[in-house]
Write a protein that binds this ligand. Structure first.
Ligand code: 5GP
Ligand code: MN
Length: 338
């Protein structure tokens, strides 16, 4: 393992570079990737971003988004060729190759040097260079640090700044989560100085709902939310039929789990979503309760202490039943003072 500063020399001559990030990219995943791509463009590298899956429409305003290659049937061969020919492969906002689905095998076997920039718990050891910190609220914050460490701060422009700011804003829950530090504000201020328009970014990410999305939210809150006061837990479980009824698009349930967590006294919140591929889960918690541990131990997932995800191949009913049954084991933790 080498320190990330070593890349300054590597990047002093033109390189073929791939940037990839986790499946169903969120604003931090895509913003970090595009911010880094635009920066490396300016250093005259040959850069492509490959994502394992598509991402929500509310991220499609980011500069350079039209160049993203989504690894699917149509693009598999092209993507694999690019990964295999790359000198450097940046892996952003994930710490386990399984998080990039089938692309994980391709990246794992590729000859190019891998660079991991990430803030998730339990990083795997597959990268030659690593900038990893679980103290960082977002990967975007670490990409900014990386750019500064290799002396590129001067060439950050408004487009780069807005991509990175989007990641910081969303991964901190609009500066509300426990991961907010002085560094978060320092980096955000520096990005504003570079031209990031914060109200524009907020509008584009949060206030571009479709009518269907709002109606799904309304349904979820009034009909679907289940509150288990005995365990200080609340959750939503959305069937595929319901999601279809509201014509739910990718990203339409993003943030929903936070409504469950916003109830006074609730310490654990979950969202279960049914799809063709099985059940996808989002977990959120407050204070010391670790949803990373819950997701890793019981739901084939992981993430951060207070925000994690998982998946299950059993049906929705059984998955929810398993979750409810598990709460008994966590009761002491969920009901203690802090
Ligand atoms: P979200 O609930 O917003 O999809 O994800 C919350 C956090 O957990 C994010 O940091 C995300 O990267 C991580 N995460 C989501 N799903 C999974 C998963 O299946 N496995 C792992 N290891 N992390 C996940
Ligand atoms: Mn992140």
């Amino acid at each position: 393992m080498q320190k990330i500063e070593g890349l300054k020399t590597v990047l002093s001559s033109t390189k073929k570079i791939i940037i990839t990030t986790h499946s169903r990219p969120d604003a931090d995943a895509l913003g970090s990737s595009l911010g880094l791509m635009l920066f490396l463009d300016k250093l005259n590298h040959d850069v492509s971003v490959i994502t394992p899956t598509d991402y929500p429409d509310f991220l499609k305003w980011m500069k350079g988004e039209d160049r993203v290659i989504v690894y699917n049937n149509e693009n598999e061969e092209k993507s694999e060729k690019l990964v295999n020919e790359a000198d450097l492969i940046f892996c952003l906002d994930f710490s386990a190759l399984s998080r990039i689905d089938k692309l994980g095998d391709v990246v794992g076997k590729a000859n190019g040097d891998k660079v991991l920039i990430d803030h998730h718990l339990q990083p795997e050891d597959f990268a030659k260079y690593m900038l990893h910190s679980i103290e960082a609220a977002s990967t975007a914050e670490l990409v900014y640090q990386f750019i500064c460490e290799i002396g590129g701060n001067d060439i950050i422009d408004a487009d780069i700044a807005e991509c990175l700011y989007a990641g910081i804003n969303t991964d901190t829950g609009s500066f509300r989560h426990a991961n907010v530090t002085k560094t978060v504000f320092d980096v955000s201020a520096a990005l504003v100085e570079k031209g990031a328009n914060t109200s524009k970014v907020a509008k584009l990410i949060y206030d571009t709902n479709s009518e269907n999305r709002l109606r799904l939210l309304g349904y979820a809150l009034s009909e679907n939310l289940k509150v288990l006061n005995e365990y200080n837990t609340a959750y939503f479980a959305l069937t595929e039929k319901t999601l279809k009824k509201f014509n739910a698009q990718m990203g339409d349930t993003e943030g929903l789990v936070n409504y469950a967590l916003s109830i006074k006294g609730i310490k654990l919140a979950a969202l279960f979503k049914e799809s063709d591929d099985g059940i996808k889960m989002s977990f959120r918690s407050v204070n010391s309760f670790s949803v990373n541990e819950l997701a890793r131990t019981h739901f084939n997932g992981g993430g951060h202490k207070n925000a994690a995800g998982g998946k299950s191949e059993t049906n929705l009913k059984d998955t929810v039943q398993k979750f409810e049954a598990l709460l008994k084991d966590y009761k002491v933790e969920l009901t203690k003072e802090n």
